[in-house]
Design a protein around this ligand. Structure first.
Ligand code: AQP
Length: 338
């Protein structure tokens, strides 16, 4: 009997700093169950992180820490390919081809480009604008059907779909047109200080985010300081659009404790924000502590991490080479005789 071909899923995180609870609940955590169903590739997208200024030694450290974190969060290198983007040179090569069919106007309209241009006004480089084209290349290179991401990346996946369809229409069927896989409740974790904005690892206000490497005291302190809502219903733990701060904390509590939001509202009825925030901290700590311990253990075993990365890059390269060769042929480039 013919073996069933699994559909493919691809995703990645940039090693731009300390990974946040938002990255974890919105993306990484949702990758683990996919490994059973799909052929998964998970990438540390180091080339993307160069779009904002990096200290080279820190970038190297963050990259390795992120590799260990993926495994500590449940990515199993026996099931999924885990690799570093810059180890597979086809990512940048395909990005160039896609650049030739991407329009300046559509890249100019990307929300992340506008946000980051505001935040890094002294460094609005071409890479920042080109970021979504490189991301499209990451995905299309592997003919991935599914891209598990948080809400903030949906616009980039839509652009990836547009580029795939445009290329297919111009040069005949080549790319799988991918779809987003969004988790129901973790797709947008908000800043603890500004609960209408997303929690982000490059937030200059450290109290806005919980980093996956924060210690117990820091997690408690940040959650106690989290902005709540001063409405007539003050101290009422309720999930609603007019209470973005409390709703965000309820969301975090629910995702970390496995309690539904309705159940959590009942649990904290009449108890006040202080008790609620301490319970959110307990729930977050219980999720992060085992991850931190495992990440630390893995970082002590460099040889293992290197072997995982080599195996991951070998598997990824194999798929990437095939796609790129097909693309080069379709656009009219002459293959090199070897
Ligand atoms: N607040 C969030 N809630 C849910 N999901 C989130 N993601 C990011 N923030 C949240 C998801 O995490 C994945 C990896 O993101 P990334 O590091 O590649 O880039 P990003 O989306 O730009 O994340 P950050 O934390 O805001 O990074 P910086 O500050 O460096 O730009 C993606 O799937 C994203 O949706």
């Amino acid at each position: 009997m013919a073996e069933e071909v699994k559909k493919r899923a691809f995703s990645g995180v940039q090693p731009t700093g300390k990974v946040t609870l938002g990255n974890y609940l919105g993306a990484i955590r949702n990758w683990t169950p996919l490994q059973e169903q799909y052929d998964c590739l998970f990438c540390v997208v180091d080339l993307h992180s160069l779009t904002v200024a990096q200290v080279p030694a820190e970038l190297r450290k963050n990259t390795l820490e992120l590799v260990a974190l993926y495994i500590a969060c449940g990515i199993d290198p026996e099931k999924s390919a885990l690799f570093i983007q810059s180890h597979v040179h086809e990512h940048t090569e395909l990005a160039w081809i896609l650049d030739t069919i991407a329009y300046v106007g559509e890249l100019n309209r990307m929300t992340q480009f506008k946000d980051k241009s505001r935040k890094h006004a002294d460094n609005i480089n071409m890479g920042l604008m080109n970021y979504p084209v490189l991301m499209a290349s990451d995905i299309l290179l592997y003919q991935a059907q599914y891209v598990p991401v948080g809400k903030d990346q949906v616009q980039h996946v839509e652009l990836t779909r547009d580029l795939a369809e445009r290329f297919n229409a111009r040069y005949s069927d080549t790319f799988v047109v991918p779809e987003c896989l969004l988790s129901k409740s973790g797709s947008s974790i908000k800043s603890l200080q500004e609960p209408t904005a997303k929690m982000s690892k490059s937030d200059p206000n450290e109290n806005g985010y919980i980093s996956l490497s924060d210690d117990i005291d820091t997690i408690r302190r940040k959650l106690r300081r989290a902005v709540t809502d001063s409405d007539t219903d003050a101290h009422c733990v309720r999930h609603s659009a007019d209470k973005p701060g409390v709703s965000n904390l309820l969301n975090i509590y629910s995702l970390c404790s496995g309690t539904s939001i309705a159940e959590a509202e009942r649990l904290f009825e009449g108890k006040g924000y202080g008790v609620f925030k301490d319970a959110v901290a307990d729930a977050v700590i219980s999720v992060l502590q085992p991850i931190q311990a495992e990440q630390k253990r893995l970082l002590g075993d460099k040889a293992y991490l290197e072997a995982v990365l080599k195996r991951g890059a070998d598997k990824a390269s194999c798929i990437a080479q095939k796609t790129l060769a097909k693309v080069y042929r379709k656009v009219g480039l002459i293959p090199q005789i070897r």
